[in-house]
Design a protein. Structure first.
Length: 99
């Protein structure tokens, strides 16, 4: 079964929604700054719309980013953790030095 489209009932395209949310999250901008930047690009939306999209789609975008990060770096991280575990599991030489 396929996942339902989260953008199904929105008039605005998913690319614009993603752009607005990622601009707000990625850069230190206020909602009104995002509204102004999008207005300069010819996209007329309210800052409240950006806030609504951020609340609605922000967790979904964050999950996608995390999933991609794990796919890209997961093997390397697992190898590093395994190597550290095997290094820590080595037997420690005894301190019984005879002189």
């Amino acid at each position: 079964m396929t996942k339902p489209d989260p953008f199904k009932y929105f008039k605005t395209s998913p690319e614009i929604i993603r752009l607005a949310v990622m601009m707000y999250v990625r850069f230190p901008l206020t909602l009104r700054n995002v509204e102004d930047l999008l207005h300069e690009r010819g996209i007329d939306i309210s800052h409240e719309t950006v806030r609504f999209w951020w609340n609605r789609f922000g967790p979904m975008f964050a999950a996608e980013i995390r999933r991609k990060r794990v796919q890209k770096y997961g093997i390397v991280i697992n190898q590093c953790v395994t190597a550290q575990r095997t290094f820590d599991a080595r037997p420690v030489p005894s301190a019984n030095y005879t002189t």
